[in-house]
Design a binder for this molecule. Structure first.
Ligand SMILES: C[S@@+](CC[C@H](N)C(=O)[O-])C[C@H]1O[C@@H](n2cnc3c(N)ncnc32)[C@H](O)[C@@H]1O
Length: 278
């Protein structure tokens, strides 16, 4: 291994995405860079480094950022969160008269999080849940965005979190054997687009519900605090932010309060903080 070369790429990834590769993970990064070198027609990592020094852009950049991300996800990941959405979040919206909501998944990965929420919503009786007017999924990984947009999953992915009832109702067999595609009535409700969590969000507009799960773990404390501040600005007055299980605001923001006391990190704007921006 040439640690200086790995460090060059690790620093680039940190600047672009905020994702920090510890030196103990350089071996893993090296393996991924070797794959990238092959696909870029470079015989060695030294050649890839020379190419990178001339400029990282286009598909080279896309592939480099893709290899740096961990896209781990599954249908109804951390089921308790979806239970709380049904029992606390949707009733909160109905109580507040928010019957028609805009939702954003800020790390949509391969799309399972979004389709799970849409299925949950559809399964509930009318009058007990808001209509999802628009759902936006964003991620930095082009391969994740492509897969999420197609909504096609293999039998292993389908086996992680989906009941046979949901599979039969919301998926059709895809062309490839043992693959299923989300039906158009759900897929048609979502737009996926590229968005770096480090960039400004203002062009996305305001949201009633933001899912920001299992992405901040890769950021340092300063970036986490800045991102939470900007997420606050994107929420409507009575909007809700859901973080990942095990993630919390502690030491990062004082602008939010927990919707309920539980292990699930569901937050709303503090009412005095909300009034200041209203
Ligand atoms: C572990 S997945 C989480 C997926 C889903 N939210 C969940 O909890 O199952 C993290 C996602 O964050 C994306 N990601 C990482 N850094 C990013 C950045 N700087 N901007 C936007 N997306 C990023 C990755 O591409 C990946 O798909």
């Amino acid at each position: 291994m040439n640690p200086a070369i790995i460090e060059f790429f690790a620093n680039y990834i940190k600047d672009q995405l905020g994702i920090m590769y510890e030196k103990t993970n350089y071996y893993q990064l090296e393996k991924r860079l070797e794959e990238l070198a092959k696909s870029e027609g470079c015989a060695t990592l030294e050649d890839l480094h020379k190419k990178a020094k001339l400029g990282i852009y286009g598909t080279f950049k896309t592939k480099l950022l893709d290899l740096a991300t961990n896209n781990e996800t599954s249908f109804f990941r951390d089921p308790k969160v979806f239970e709380m959405v049904e029992k606390e979040v949707f009733p909160h919206f109905m109580k507040m008269g928010m019957k028609d909501i805009r939702v954003w998944s800020a790390a949509s990965s391969f799309g399972q999080e979004i389709y799970s929420l849409l299925m949950l919503n559809q399964e509930l009786p009318l009058g007990t849940r808001p209509e999802i007017r628009e759902f936006i999924g964003t991620d930095i990984s082009e391969k994740a965005l492509k897969k999420a947009t197609e909504g096609i999953y293999n039998h292993v992915e389908m086996g992680r979190g989906l009941t046979p009832h949901l599979q039969n109702k919301y998926f059709s067999p895809a062309k490839e054997p043992n693959h299923w595609q989300v039906k158009m009535n759900l897929r048609g409700k979502v737009h996926f687009k590229s968005q770096n969590i480090l960039d400004t969000f203002t062009s996305l507009g305001k949201f009633d519900l933001i899912l920001c799960r299992n992405i901040l773990i890769y950021q340092n404390v300063e970036s986490k605090a800045k991102i939470l501040d900007r997420l606050f600005d994107q929420l409507t007055e009575n909007g809700i932010l859901i973080m990942g299980v095990g993630e919390s605001m502690i030491g990062l923001s004082t602008k939010f309060e927990q919707l309920n006391v539980s292990s699930v990190s569901i937050y709303r704007k503090k009412q005095n903080a909300a009034k200041k921006v209203a």
